[in-house]
Design a protein around this ligand. Structure first.
Ligand SMILES: [Zn+2]
Length: 140
């Protein structure tokens, strides 16, 4: 894959609120927390529902088809270890039917000039190391 952040600079730090998300990504599944009290999605995972302040969630699987809400093309290595990987397209991808949940991830294997707001994307997976996987997207 082209356009990947080097594994050596990715350090996942799951906590009690995000661990189910990362456990699912390790199985190549995208899950989003949905409030058990009012059914509002809340992503990124948070301790309290933005709508009703409840804490309990169900983890709902999503197919990862979405559209680019915003993006930037990283062409300068602020982190020196990134230099060989550039350019990288970092995007905010909006997922339909989720109350506007947005996932930040790289768009891989593309010409950055083909990326635009509103472009349709599909989910793929980047296995950073055993049991650590992050979502990435591809233009469709
Ligand atoms: Zn709620």
């Amino acid at each position: 894959m082209q356009g990947l952040t080097p594994a050596r600079v990715i350090h996942l730090t799951p906590n009690v609120w995000t661990e189910p998300f990362w456990a699912a990504t390790a199985e190549h599944r995208l899950v989003l927390p949905r409030c058990t009290a009012c059914s509002a999605y809340r992503f990124p995972p948070t301790p309290f529902c933005w709508r009703c302040r409840a804490q309990d969630v169900d983890w709902i699987e999503h197919d990862g088809h979405g559209t680019i809400y915003s993006f930037t093309v990283v062409r300068h290595a602020v982190i020196p270890d990134m230099a060989d990987a550039l350019p990288i397209v970092a995007a905010v991808v909006e997922l339909p039917d989720t109350d506007g949940c947005r996932v930040i991830a790289n768009v891989v294997d593309c010409d950055p000039s083909d990326v635009h707001i509103g472009a349709a994307v599909a989910l793929d997976w980047y296995d950073v190391r055993p049991d650590e996987t992050v979502p990435v997207f591809r233009l469709v």
